[in-house]
Each structure stands twice: as C-alpha cells, then as structure tokens.
Design a protein around this ligand. Sequence first.
Ligand code: AMP
Length: 436
Amino acid sequence: MENFKKFNLNDDINKSLKGLRFTKPTEIQSRTIPIALKKQDILASAETGSGKTAAYLIPLIQHIKTKENVLGIILTPTRELAQQVADVAKLLIGYKSGINIALLVGGSSIKNQLDRLKKRPKIIVGTPGRINDLITRGSLSLKHFNYFVLDEADRMLDMGFGIQVDKIVINISKKRQTLLFSATLPKEIIQLSRKYLSNPERVEVQENNVIKSQIKQKVINTKTEEKYTKLLDEITIRKGSILIFVRTKYATEKLKKRLIKDKIKSSAMHGDLRQNKRDRILENFRKDRFRILIATDIASRGLDIPHIEHVINYDLPQVPEDFVHRIGRTARSGSVGEALSFVTKNESKMWKSIEKLLDQLKKPNKKYKHENTKQYEKVENTLDDKFVKKRNRKNKYKHENTKQYENIEKTSDDKSVKKRYRKRKKNRSKSRKYNS
Ligand code: AMP
C-alpha cells in the first residue's frame, strides 16, 4: 500500500503523521508533495476536504527542517480557514520543535500578533487585510519569505481580495516557490497563476470538482411563506448536526430567534460577529455542544467539521459556485451526508444555474488544459509588473529550444539580458570554431 515513506520525510514529520493517523497520502498529497519537495511551483485545483492543507504544509515543514532559510507564508480568504491551517501546521510540526507559527487575521488583537512576530515565526498564516495592515505599519517584512501558498484563490477573488493579494505578493521574496490552490480554475485564476507562478506544474484532482457521490440531495419547491414550517418538519425528522445556509447576516439572527421560540437550540454565525465569538461558536459546534448552526456563505468554504450530516440551503446562494462549496461541508472524509435545498419561485433562475453548474462538474474539465501553451507569450502583453514580465520572459526562452539567442536579441528590451545572451552566442561560435 502506498504510504508517506516514499517521500523520505524528516522523522519528526513521520511521527506527526502517525499521531494524526494519516497512514496514506490522499490523491492531492500524492501528486503535489513530490513536486513541491523539488521546489517547483504548482497550480493545483483541489478543494477543502481533499487533504490540500497537508499537501502544501508537509513540503514546507520538510524544507524548514532540512534546509536553512526557508520561511513560509500562507494566505487564506477567511479567518476560520487561516485558523484551521495554523492548527494543522502546529500538529505537523510537533510540539517542542522550536518552530514558531504566527496567525495574522483581522478581528483579533494586533498586539498579540506583534508579539508573535517578534518571535521570528518561520510560518505565517493569515488573511490579506491584516497582513497588508502589518506591512503598511512596517511591522512585517516578507522579503525573506520564500515559500508562498495562495489557498482558495478563487474564493480570494470572489471576496474582492485581488488587489490586496497583489500588494502582498510584491513584498514577498522574488526567489520564491509558489503554490496556488483553487477549488475551481476559471479564466481569472489562470491569469493570476501567470502573474504569480513561474513555470508551474499543473495538478488537477478531478473528483474534488465533482459533487461527492455520497451526498444525498433533496430539493423542496415551496412558497416563501411555507418555508419555515417545512424547515421545522425537516429538522425534526433528521438526526445529527445540521448546517443551515441563509443569504444575509440579518436572516441568520432572525431564523435563530424563530427556532429558539420553537425550542430548537441553534447558533448563528456571520461576518458581523466579533472574531472571538465566531471562534467560540465554531468550537462549540465542532465539539457537538449544539446541533444546528445557521450561517451565511462565510461558512460555505474551508470549514472542516467531520460530523456535519446535513446541509440545508434555506436560501439559495447568490452565485452557483457557492452551492457546491456549501454542500461540500457535509460528507467529509468519506462519510455520508445529505443536502436539502428549498427553492422558491423567485429562486428558480438561480436553481437553473446551479443545476447547469452541477451538470458541467460531472464532465471532465478540458478547457484549461490547452491554455498552457501560449502562457508566456500572453503574460507579456497583459502584465505590468516588471519583475514578473522579466521572469516569464526568461521562462519563455527556457522553453524555446530553437533560435534561442537570436530571438532574444530581436525581441528583448532588457539591456543586460541582451548583453548576456550576445556574450553566450559569441562564446558558442568561438567553441564551435575551436572544435571544428
Ligand atoms: P483539508 O482538505 O486539508 O481541509 O483536509 C480535509 C480532512 O482530511 C481533514 O480533516 C484532514 O485532517 C484529513 N486528512 C488530510 N490528509 C489526510 C490523510 N493523508 N489521511 C487521512 N486524513 C487526512
């Protein structure tokens, strides 16, 4: 049976993996760890639930433990996901390792985070807002950070973090290894990868783009005014933990109050709550202290709570992709789960779009496979970041075997590059003459 031994990992990591009961790598781990250990960039499509966190953390920790001067920064779109990543990193590193981790997220005490930074963390996990804040204050320098993970990149863009991420990347070491993970690979993500990655290996774990087969789906077409009674019926007949999604922050609180009136204990989670309250609610839900959590799409990605047995879409999401993420909160780590969706007349258009997306996800994603070829040419036309342009230009020439030196002289506007290649050309013809 395939296990982690084939990666020749450090003994401490093997011990931690044993402690975590990770006996064999998941598909994304099998495919990305060897590439990341070779220090290559990776563009991976895999979502939470696939084991992607360990897929990027194991190589980082291996580099830190075996090589000097490796520092890692992991950007996640939500505070909850950052917390989860930091927790996994701590478990993998092992206690008493002397390797510090800093969790830098908004809504938490900045003073504590500044204290963590003074301890020279080798791994930083955080959300774009707080990290930028710390950079702007001059409290955080990323120039020596050379292992960069952009987690849930599609979610980052959906949440409008594109510019913030750009600002952070400029501050990270240019001699870095970059790993970009995204649940989906739309055009925008491919463009982002051209900007941040250098000659990346593409890893697609198809099954994670597809609705897990062990999720039983049910749809109830209903009128808005009948929705609540039907929800009560559904809650009563179901056993186990339930995650209910509604569209707005206000709706989470409103539904919670109605359920409490009907003597059903639940909690509401949304972006307006203070971070420590959000953490407490999640912790209590994780520990099974209450059965029903009502949330906005803030909880649709990243949450890894194995015992969620039911996801109820009380309101449909605003974008079809969030539906896939929502229902992915159940049937975690191979267990079974159920997804129930209420669809009112007003939501019928959105439901159609969701069905269309679900259909598409059942088909293999061929579209982007063909896009790689012209990658470097395109990037030169579209980017304005000088360094990225230069790096990609270099890569372009690495891949063009024929007429390498001639081409660069004709097209390059970078004097030093031109000079270097002219010199090489000269040396080449000298040695040819000598050999002939
Ligand atoms: P992730 O996609 O990183 O959120 O991981 C999803 C879940 O899979 C988490 O509960 C992990 O603890 C678990 N997991 C990750 N890798 C492995 C593995 N190799 N074997 C068993 N469970 C794993």
